[in-house]
Structures are given as structure tokens and as C-alpha cells.
Design a protein around this ligand. Structure first.
Ligand SMILES: NC(=O)c1ccc[n+]([C@@H]2O[C@H](COP(=O)([O-])OP(=O)(O)OC[C@H]3O[C@@H](n4cnc5c(N)ncnc54)[C@H](OP(=O)(O)O)[C@@H]3O)[C@@H](O)[C@H]2O)c1
Length: 232
């Protein structure tokens, strides 16, 4: 079970995930390219469950590690530091931002397959790549909410996908398994599935032990989930 989330990248998506994770009771270790001393304001906002570190420290501390950096920096993710870890890849390929990435232009099936090839000793799962960082925060809803959103996940390792599904559940989302990393193009930008989809489209995950704990506390849910609170 995930107790600590390590974040490599603390920009728009990284900080939204850190906020959701802290609200859900997880510890977070956040990192960026410029060093922990530049993350003081975000750590202060997140509170005692958060600390800043280097990417190596985030990788070591995280039961799950999120790589949420511009795709053109993927070679700076350390295969050694991330060996043995489940790594969530939020990254998308935008040539106008990332420049051309030769392997992708030459027909590498997906950017996540490229990340997996680079992080050969890790278990890469693509997730959180098809939702805007603002909506990621505002669409989170407790387990069982009829209009809870489901986010697509893709990966080659079933156990890693189960871990990531549990994390989504804890953070306020159902998960829809769209297949392997080779299939992950389905959730890439510009594709019809690149939006959060309502659970009513299909699959509902089992309730994790941690979610069960939260399910009993409506007060906590109101403060955790802006959408649930605004309905009351
Ligand atoms: N924004 C969205 O709504 C959204 C939605 C879905 C997916 N995505 C994808 O998720 C990824 C992150 O997007 P974002 O919008 O959060 O980007 P962002 O706001 O530009 O943040 C990027 C973060 O990555 C850090 N970083 C860059 N190179 C690094 C390195 N070598 N080691 C450690 N940290 C590094 C940056 O740190 P410094 O500031 O110190 O350089 C910054 O904290 C992108 O691939 C993007 O395509 C974004």
C-alpha cells in the first residue's frame, strides 16, 4: 500500500498530485530540477506531510514515484535510482514544447514505451496524462459517488497497474485499464479518450482498505473533495 508518494517534477501536475495526496493522508516527497531549496513555498502550503528533496530522495522515499517532467528531460530520470520502483508517467509528447524526439518520430510506439525502455528496471504505468491539472484537483470525488470520474491507466505489469489503481482510488478517481504501454497512445492528447470519463462507462475498482477508512467520514470528504462539498 502506498504511504509515501515521491514526485519527480513539482510543476502544475506534480503540485496538484501532491495536494491530492496530502489531503488523502499520504506523505509526499517533492522534487524539481532546481533543488529542494526552491520548493519552500509549496512545502509550507502542503504542511507537515510534505518535504522537499532531490529527485534521488523522492525516488528512494516513494512507495510509488511519479515522473511528471517535460518529456524532453526523460533521460535525466535515473534508471539506477528508480530501479525496482513503480513509476507513474504523466508525460505527453508536444514537439512544439519538447522539440523533436527522434525515437518517437522514427516510430517508437508510444512515449511511455520509450520511458519504459529507459527505466528498464522499473515498472512504468501511464496515468494522469489526459487531464488538465486544474480539473485533476476539482474532479476528485469519494468512492461510490455516482458521477466520479475514471482516468485511463496503461502498463505492462499487472501488479503495478493494481498499485496505481489503488492510488487513483485514494486520490478520488476510478481507473480504466486501457492496456499495455504500447496501447497508451489511446490516452495521448488529441485522442477521443483523452478526457476523464464517467464511471458509468464501465469498470469500477474494488474499494481499497484506505478508501474504506475514508468512506465513513463525510466531514473529511467534504473538506477533501471540493465538488462533493459544493453539492451540499
Ligand atoms: N499541465 C497539465 O495540465 C498536464 C496535464 C497532463 C499531463 N501533463 C504532462 O505532465 C508533465 C508535467 O507537466 P506540468 O504541466 O506539470 O509541467 P511544468 O509545470 O512545466 O513542471 C515541470 C516540472 O518538472 C521539473 N523538472 C524538469 N526537469 C526535471 C528534471 N530533470 N528532474 C526533476 N525535475 C525536473 C520542473 O522543475 P524546475 O521548475 O525546477 O525546472 C517542474 O517542477 C509534462 O510532460 C506534461 O506534458 C501536463
Amino acid at each position: 500500500m502506498t504511504e509515501t508518494l515521491g514526485l519527480i517534477g513539482s510543476g502544475m501536475i506534480g503540485s496538484a498530485l501532491a495536494r491530492l495526496a496530502v489531503d488523502a493522508g499520504l506523505d509526499v516527497v517533492i522534487s524539481n530540477s532546481r533543488g529542494p531549496e526552491t520548493l519552500g513555498a509549496l512545502v509550507a502550503e502542503l504542511g507537515l506531510q510534505a518535504r522537499a528533496g532531490t529527485p534521488a530522495e523522492a525516488a528512494e522515499a516513494g512507495d510509488l514515484v511519479v515522473a511528471t517532467i517535460p518529456l524532453n528531460a526523460y533521460r535525466q530520470l535515473s534508471p539506477v535510482e528508480l530501479a525496482g520502483k513503480t513509476v507513474i508517467d504523466t508525460m505527453n509528447y508536444y514537439p512544439q514544447r519538447d522539440g523533436r524526439i527522434a525515437e518517437l518520430d522514427a516510430g517508437e510506439p508510444t512515449s511511455s514505451a520509450l520511458i519504459q525502455r529507459h527505466l528498464s528496471e522499473s515498472r512504468v504505468v501511464k496515468a494522469f496524462n489526459n487531464i488538465d491539472f486544474r480539473r485533476l484537483f476539482t474532479l476528485a470525488l469519494p468512492y461510490g459517488a455516482p458521477d466520479r470520474s475514471a482516468l485511463p491507466i496503461a502498463g505492462d505489469d499487472a501488479a503495478a497497474k493494481a498499485e496505481v489503481s489503488d492510488l487513483l482510488d485514494i486520490l478520488g478517481y476510478d481507473a480504466t485499464d486501457i492496456g499495455t504501454l504500447a496501447d497508451s497512445w489511446r490516452s495521448e492528447p488529441g485522442n477521443p479518450r483523452s478526457t476523464a470519463c464517467p464511471t458509468s462507462l464501465g469498470w469500477r475498482p474494488r474499494m481499497s482498505a484506505r478508501t474504506k477508512r475514508f468512506a465513513g467520514s463525510s466531514k473529511r470528504q467534504e473538506s477533501r473533495y471540493p465538488r462533493a462539498a459544493s453539492r451540499t
